[in-house]
Design a protein around this ligand. Structure first.
Ligand code: FES
Length: 118
């Protein structure tokens, strides 16, 4: 199936800038997609909430530093604007998803019927 816009959450509060928020989407096979959402310069971003290093959650220990997301587990770094891997010298990027806000609702464009990539 093709990617579809899914309701990720109904916001009951405004997201704080430079903070990772974790949400879950479940497909028909009961596979859970963990999606981390953050806001930089009034723009929303959605990424897979799993570090490509050891598949640990980014939102639990991740933080922002100089335009990068730093995974607090072993300090891998990714560009906040697109999830591109920065350090150490080799490693995978974080999958990123289009996101939009309509009133208080956040939607992500995702092919949820696929298995999560990690
Ligand atoms: S799990 Fe993220 S750096 Fe190791």
């Amino acid at each position: 199936m093709a990617a579809t816009w899914y309701l990720l959450t109904e916001l009951s509060f405004e997201l704080s800038p430079n903070k990772l928020y974790s949400f879950e989407l479940k497909n028909d096979k009961q596979q859970v997609w963990e999606i981390a959402v953050y806001q930089i310069n009034d723009e929303y971003h959605a990424i897979l909430d799993q570090c490509p290093h050891r598949r640990l959650t980014l939102s639990s220990k991740g933080y922002f530093e100089n335009g990068k997301i730093v995974c607090g587990w072993h300090l891998w770094q990714f560009k906040a604007e697109n999830g591109e891997h920065v350090a150490p010298p080799t490693g995978n990027c974080i999958p990123k998803f289009p996101i939009k806000r309509e009133n208080q609702q956040l939607f992500v464009l995702i092919d949820i019927d696929q298995s999560p990539p990690f």
